[in-house]
Design a protein around this ligand. Structure first.
Ligand SMILES: [Zn+2]
Length: 282
């Protein structure tokens, strides 16, 4: 597997009780950062994995019923609202970005799409189709804000489902197959179903030879993976499919148990992000 450079950086956060994401969790509000992956490919430039929050999220959630979304998950930009400044602070120039990879279409993962008007969008067809269907109320209760996907998203989309299927290295077992996004085996999209329609993660090997699986929202925390502890049914049933979600969680738990060196990074887990970064500088 060709190695890629990788940074895992927050762009905004939300605050809500842990129990929404973990059965038996705390009722106290906890911070959930929206992580963005900055992937530096040796030949293909910089690709982002998701976009995190963006001021466009606030614009999209001003009217009703979309306002329900920001009430349920209030946003704190923590100084990261300006796109160019955020990129520059992380050593990226907008001109370097050659693509964006979307785990799924929830607002906290796609709000910054409009900042990259020319970039190819690697995503799931099933997720994009679901974004365009149903009433505004149905969509917002499922975390979807149609306005955040630019009108030309369909023409810029390169669907995971159409990419060649390739075997994953044994380090990712029991996950066995990925979709080769760039055709060189460096970035493999891995379906992680259950959180919502068209939900995928990303497998690759980083600059320190570590195998990394970006788990997006298949799980909210490293603690949930270690303990194989799902969110309450009310959360998973509202957004996706509880039975399928729990199968994916079990597979993540097994992958972590079998491969202690595999870095599994959920999109909203600050603890996993810090641990990954500390290993990076060690
Ligand atoms: Zn999310």
């Amino acid at each position: 597997m060709k190695r890629v450079g990788f940074d895992w950086i927050a762009r905004g956060l939300t605050r809500h009780p842990e129990i929404m994401t973990l059965s038996g969790g705390s009722l106290c509000p906890a911070d959930f950062p929206a992580m963005v992956g900055v992937i530096r490919h040796p030949d293909a430039g910089v690709l982002l994995f998701d976009t995190g929050y963006d001021p466009a999220f606030l614009t999209a959630t001003r009217p009703w019923p979309e306002r329900l979304y920001r009430i349920a998950t209030p946003v704190d930009f923590a100084g990261g609202e300006d796109w160019s400044a955020w990129l520059a602070a992380n050593g990226v120039s907008a001109a370097d970005i050659t693509g964006v990879i979307l785990s799924h279409f929830h607002g906290d993962h796609v709000a910054g799409l409009h900042q990259m008007p020319d970039a190819p969008i690697h995503c799931a067809r099933a997720g994009l189709e679901n974004l365009r269907q149903g009433s505004r109320l149905r969509r917002v209760t499922q975390g979807l804000l149609g306005a955040l996907a630019p009108p030309d998203t369909e023409s810029r989309a390169r669907f995971f489902e159409d990419a060649p299927a390739v075997p994953l290295p044994g380090a990712f077992a029991p996950f066995s197959e990925g979709r080769d996004i760039l055709g060189d085996g460096s970035l493999l999209a891995v379906e992680l179903p259950g959180h919502c329609k068209g939900h995928w993660g990303l497998a690759f090997r980083d600059q320190k030879d570590r195998y990394v699986l970006l788990a997006a929202d298949a799980v909210w925390s490293g603690k949930a993976i270690a303990q194989c502890r799902p969110p309450p049914r009310i959360t998973t049933a509202l957004l996706g499919d509880t039975g399928v979600y729990r199968q994916t969680l079990l597979a993540l738990h097994q992958a972590q148990a079998r491969n202690a060196d595999l870095a599994i990074l959920p999109s909203h887990c600050a603890v996993s992000a810090v641990a990954y970064r500390q290993d990076d500088v060690a």
